[in-house]
Design a binder for this molecule. Structure first.
Ligand SMILES: NC(=O)c1ccc[n+]([C@@H]2O[C@H](COP(=O)([O-])OP(=O)(O)OC[C@H]3O[C@@H](n4cnc5c(N)ncnc54)[C@H](O)[C@@H]3O)[C@@H](O)[C@H]2O)c1
Length: 296
């Protein structure tokens, strides 16, 4: 797809960070946007900011961990707003795990899998049947872009196994969906988005702001204590590494270019990450033992 004018884009996790930047970037290219999020206040202010830019913006409170909630979002897109040709399964959280794996709070695993993994599955289940039906009716190209992470898809960091495990699972599902749609000769294109090339300065470090009560973590459970990029910067400096960051607007431009170029792997590499991925692949192919990856 080269022209986004008047296309409806649905973005989960659209009230902050990468999702919010996607809404502005798409709107600037003439798309209409439907942003969905659990954070009602951020959703309202984002819609107001989009409208101020002259962008047609709709919103719906939606919890991607609930199949019903995502189905209601899809119903709004297809029954009320005339159908969507751009879907971004983007909502995600980080649970703040820390220390040895066996000490993590169960709720870190459960919450992170519920949002990052089941959120993607629920979005696929709600939107793919509608995208396929729509294609049969209008013959037009459509796109579903799933936000994964190099942290899990390409690399395993020793200190974030919960997050990495969710994103490894997301990668498997995304790639299988791509292959299924390719095999079917479908005009519904599947893309895997990897925000970067550096750590993206978003609200992800403070995901606990939208953590529901039923996944609350006990006050004495292990926690990384990292609540923003500055906390991470301090930690990295303590082991002699430097934190480089990327603005989410840059990720949104990478995402739109990936759609225009028909790419599956929508990723901007930096040299260090590329080297680490190459090292890991060589370790697998040559059966040498893993070299621990560190951020930076
Ligand atoms: N920030 C990075 O460096 C980075 C790197 C790689 C991948 N990612 C991925 O990018 C995506 C966007 O995250 P971000 O960095 O913009 O963080 P963010 O916290 O700024 O945005 C995530 C949004 O998802 C929403 N959300 C959380 N739980 C939800 C739920 N149950 N239902 C619906 N919405 C929910 C939040 O309210 C928030 O608005 C995530 O999938 C994340 O894993 C981020």
């Amino acid at each position: 797809m080269q022209d986004f004018t008047n296309k409806l884009a649905v973005i989960t996790g659209g009230a902050s960070g990468v999702g919010r930047s996607l809404a502005f970037a798409l709107g600037a290219e003439g798309a209409r946007v439907l942003i969905a999020d659990v954070d009602q206040a951020a959703l309202s202010s984002t819609v107001a900011d989009l409208a101020e830019q002259g962008i047609e913006a709709h919103s719906q409170v939606c919890d991607v961990t609930s199949a019903d909630s995502v189905n209601q979002l899809a119903a709004k897109a297809y029954d009320e707003l005339g159908g969507a040709h751009l879907i971004f399964a983007n909502a995600g959280v980080a649970a703040g795990e820390a220390g040895p794996i066996w000490g993590y709070a169960d709720n870190d695993w459960k919450w992170c899998f519920d949002v990052n993994f089941w959120g993607v599955v629920n979005t696929i289940n709600a939107f793919m049947p509608r995208l396929v039906t729509q294609e049969a009716e209008d013959g037009a190209e459509a796109h579903i872009m799933i936000t994964g992470s190099g942290n899990g898809a390409f690399l395993v960091y020793p200190d974030q196994p919960v997050y990495s495990a969710t994103k490894a699972a997301v990668q498997a599902v995304t790639e299988a969906l791509y292959q299924q749609m390719q095999a079917a000769g479908s005009k519904v294109k599947v893309h895997a988005l990897f925000p970067g090339p550096h750590v993206v300065e978003t609200g992800i470090f403070d995901s606990d702001r939208v953590r529901p009560e039923h996944f609350a973590k006990a006050a004495d459970a292990p926690d990384s204590g990292i609540r923003n990029a500055d906390d991470l910067r301090e930690l990295m400096e303590s082991y002699g590494a430097e934190l480089h960051t990327t603005h989410p607007d840059e990720v949104a431009q990478t995402a739109l270019q990936g759609i225009r170029d028909g790419q599956f792997w929508v990723v901007e590499w930096n040299d260090q990450t590329r080297d680490k991925v190459e090292t890991r692949m060589q370790s697998i192919l040559n059966k040498t033992n893993p070299v621990p990856a560190v951020l930076g």
